[in-house]
Design a protein around this ligand. Structure first.
Ligand code: 5AD
Ligand code: FES
Length: 372
């Protein structure tokens, strides 16, 4: 086995392009020695292209009202067991200011998807207020689902500059299985294009370990991210939620399943780093749902972004997209201290007060970074 894969590692070391078959083989890899070699190679690429500074994006979970009904998601509109909330603008701005005062270079405003004017206008106002209150110094990322080109433009003009919208899977047939008939893969793709055209740094990603998903699907996902010229990647393991159609049968992940999922997630991070090299990659919170130090392992496999939760503790229990979401009882200050220790222990530093933009964005757009 080692010999067979030696040629693949040589390709990686020489920076040669990996094919779909190569990536599929690498995703199947199980030998500890080979895995170690893969993660080390990815870490070298990370050091060379983005360094070992971890950038923070404080995530505000601003609301859980959602018009979508994704079969895997705990806050889908048909889940009547969820207590719905929407923060008011003052609360969102207050949490943004917490990020600013605590030297987090940027934040992410995320919520369930809503396209109505009351919601989109409220967000426009919030972006303007955050910009004014922080003199434009706090980076503003949005993760608010599919919107019209007009709304994306409006939020960009107001001062948001990055947007996260996961493709979930690049396999249209699998996408159809995971979503009801009124959700469309082509609409999702079009939204990603609108975001690029509007001038955003665009982030996307997939879930890993979905029912029916193959290693070849995941290998294709990596090529999709590369070919779509994506700037930022956020991928996470699929974690069943019992109050959803996809998770209804599941009684919780077993320890061996968690271990396998974490390994798969790390392999994906490593391969995305190797193939896309200069993008930002998040070590997502869902990794920590699999293992207490799952996010640190993600950083060591090639990720360079952490999204600390800065949502008020009262709201956290109502934003469970998946089960066993970590940090539900903690507050933002506790997460800050906890993370500082975790990142220090793996020998990396935190880029306080920095935007930490994706170098890839500047390469593809020809723009010049004005924020370090
Ligand atoms: N497990 C893991 N990730 C999930 N998401 C939604 N539901 C789940 C789940 N059960 C992810 C989706 C979405 C992001 C905000 O959360 O990928 O894009
Ligand atoms: Fe929230 Fe550790 S990051 S408690």
């Amino acid at each position: 086995m080692l010999n067979k894969n030696a040629a693949l590692f040589e390709k990686i070391d020489r920076g040669e392009e990996l094919t779909l078959a190569d990536l599929t083989t690498l995703l199947h890899m199980q030998e500890p020695e080979e895995l170690h070699r893969l993660f080390s190679a990815a870490y070298e690429v990370k050091k060379r292209h983005v360094g070992t500074t971890v950038y923070y994006r404080g995530i505000i979970e601003a609301g859980n009202i959602c018009v979508k009904d994704c079969y895997y998601c705990g806050i889908r509109r048909s889940n009547s067991g969820v207590e719905r909330f929407l923060m008011d603008p003052e609360e969102i701005v207050r949490e943004a200011l917490w990020c600013y005062e605590n030297h987090y270079g940027s934040l992410v405003i995320q919520s369930g998807e809503r396209q109505d004017g009351a919601f989109t206008d409220m967000i426009t106002g919030v972006i303007r207020r955050i910009r004014a209150a922080t003199e434009g110094k706090l980076g503003i990322t949005l993760s608010l689902g599919e919107q019209s080109r007009r709304v994306y433009d409006e939020w960009f003009q107001a001062g948001a500059h990055r947007y996260l919208l996961r493709i979930e899977t690049s396999n249209p047939a699998l996408y159809t299985e995971l979503h009801p008939g009124d959700h469309s893969f082509s609409t999702r793709l079009a939204a990603l294009r609108f975001l690029q055209e509007a001038g955003y740094q665009v982030g996307t990603g997939v879930m890993m370990g979905l029912p029916g998903q193959t290693m070849e699907d995941l290998a294709r996902d990596i090529l999709f991210l590369r070919d779509f010229d994506i700037d930022m990647v956020g991928m996470g393991p699929y974690i069943p939620h019992k109050d959803t159609p996809l998770g209804a049968e599941c009684t919780g992940l077993r320890e061996d399943e968690k271990k396998e999922l974490l390994l798969l997630a790390k392999k994906m991070i490593a391969l995305v780093r190797i193939v896309l090299n200069d993008v930002n990659i998040a070590a997502t919170t869902a990794l920590q749902a699999l293992k207490h130090d799952g996010r640190e392992e993600g950083l060591l496999a090639g990720a360079n972004i952490i999204m600390p939760n800065v949502t008020k503790t009262d709201y956290r229990p109502h934003y469970q997209l998946y089960e066993n979401k970590p940090c539900i009882d903690e507050n933002s200050t506790m997460c800050r201290g906890c993370l500082e220790g975790r990142i220090g222990r793996i020998g990396e530093t935190i880029g306080y007060d920095e935007w930490g933009d994706s170098p890839h964005f500047f390469r593809r757009s020809g723009r010049v970074s004005t924020h370090t």
